[in-house]
Design a protein around this ligand. Structure first.
Ligand code: 5GP
Ligand code: ZN
Length: 144
């Protein structure tokens, strides 16, 4: 879809910090970093929300989430939990209308993630090299 920011990321027209990629799925760091390592998992096919998935697409996307979650957990010893969130429709706080699943690691010591889980934009605290360090550390922990 021409006007979709996530389609542009998938096509490489907008840069992103890629955690995982295969033929059907892309995972990349959320620019906002609600907590450090906050990642979005998206189907490469443009679908607006969960109501547009068929079973095959759901299998493609959701079957990748456990391994990506484990890599995010493994990237920092203080990550002890994970919130997985998927907003569908503006009423449900969806703001980018290309379906995506948020993986939000939770740190046992919130002074490490720095912010706690507040739905705020923290990108002003992150420089390109910070995103790069986070994404490299997560990628090192991907299985296989
Ligand atoms: P939603 O509110 O739709 O569930 O979440 C959309 C998410 O997309 C937000 O957390 C926002 O920070 C993220 N986002 C918006 N634009 C960009 C972008 O250009 N690059 C990246 N990496 N994330 C984005
Ligand atoms: Zn799209």
């Amino acid at each position: 879809m021409t006007d979709c920011i996530f389609c542009k990321i998938i096509q490489g027209e907008i840069p992103s910090y890629k955690v995982y990629e295969d033929e059907k799925v892309l995972a990349f760091l959320d620019i906002s970093q609600v907590t450090k390592g906050h990642t979005l998992v998206v189907p490469k096919k443009h679908v607006e929300n969960i109501f547009e998935y068929d079973e095959a697409l759901a299998a493609d996307v959701f079957s990748k989430i456990p391994a990506i979650s484990r890599a995010i957990r493994a990237h920092h010893p203080a990550v002890k939990g994970m919130n997985i969130l998927n907003n569908n429709g503006s009423l449900a706080y969806q703001s980018v209308f290309h379906s995506h699943v948020h993986l939000i690691p939770r740190y046992e010591d919130e002074s490490i993630d720095g912010f706690g889980l507040k739905w705020e934009t923290h990108n002003e605290h992150y420089q390109p090299e910070d995103y790069q360090t986070i994404v490299e550390t997560i990628k090192e922990k991907m299985e296989g």
